[in-house]
Design a protein around this ligand. Structure first.
Ligand code: CA
Ligand code: CA
Ligand code: CA
Length: 278
């Protein structure tokens, strides 16, 4: 929303084609000083990691993540000043047992593609994604953010030093949080997802504070690309995380129910994020 408004204000419509004529018989009207046109900008060097919800409601979204999804995004970013953008792909659903998820269909988190400047390679990894179930409404979004941050600066995801780091969380559901699965024991906030006391070593979900800590340390700005009904939930989450670590920044943008606007939604998300973390 902000992007369209800013674009309109800064774009062509602010510059009528005809210069204003002086009124008939009067003195020429003094022209106001020309205001510089401030174009919206995207970070020139950025790593963008997609954290893709693969619960069942994303079956109609996956076709819109196929080519030319990433090349369109890359073209848009280049036109707005980006010079060096790398893309990574991660995905999540939920724990594969009731009530959280479904055995044989669901998983908690996957790194599908480390960040790469090869758009075709990243696009190919999107082609391998398949949806599961997710069973209950909330999913493992906080685990996805936690793992993207914890694994981001390792070779597994490979965020590049010196670039601005973003994780785009695409979802249409609220998140499970610490306390939702106490039988798993406290989440110990590491990359081992099987060192708890639940089935298969599953642990409780992380807390918002743990995830905020991880994002801050990794220098990873979240862009929440969420369906309209989830905007208040994720704006509140972002506000809580920013209150803990103001350098997280981040943004919330609206995702259409079939993700057909994802590439265009990411652009204002990048623009709204304040100064990069160091
Ligand atoms: Ca959908
Ligand atoms: Ca679920
Ligand atoms: Ca763990």
């Amino acid at each position: 929303m902000g992007y369209e408004a800013d674009w309109k204000a800064d774009g062509k419509e602010a510059h009528p084609g005809k210069p204003e004529q002086p009124p008939c018989g009067g003195e020429p009207k003094q022209q106001p000083p020309v205001q510089p046109v401030v174009q919206p900008v995207v970070p020139p060097v950025a790593d963008i990691v997609l954290a893709q919800d693969l619960s069942g409601s994303f079956a109609n979204d996956l076709p819109n993540l196929q080519a030319p999804f990433l090349s369109n995004l890359n073209t848009n970013l280049t036109a707005l000043g980006a010079t060096d953008v790398a893309y990574g792909v991660t995905s999540f659903i939920d724990y594969p047992f009731p009530p959280f998820g479904t055995a044989g269909m669901d998983f908690i988190y996957n790194t599908n593609q480390p960040v790469t400047t090869n758009v075709a390679t990243a696009q190919a990894s999107l082609g391998t994604l398949a949806v599961g179930s997710g069973n209950d409404g909330p999913e493992a979004q906080l685990v996805a953010l936690q793992q993207a941050a914890l694994r981001g600066t390792t070779g597994e995801i490979g965020l590049r030093p010196g670039s601005d780091h973003f994780v785009v969380l695409a979802t249409d559901a609220p998140y499970h949080v610490a306390g939702d699965f106490p039988a798993g024991g406290p989440n110990n906030n590491n990359t081992n997802l099987a060192d708890g006391t639940g089935p298969g070593g599953v642990e409780d979900y992380p807390s918002i504070a743990q995830v905020a800590d991880d994002l801050s340390v990794a220098g990873l700005h979240p862009i929440f690309a969420v369906t309209a009904d989830q905007i208040p939930t994720y704006q509140a989450l972002l506000n809580q995380m920013d209150a803990l670590h103001p350098n997280i920044g981040g943004s919330v943008v609206m995702l259409s129910p079939d993700s057909s606007n994802l590439a265009s939604a990411i652009v204002p998300g990048l623009m709204q994020t304040p100064a990069p973390m160091v």
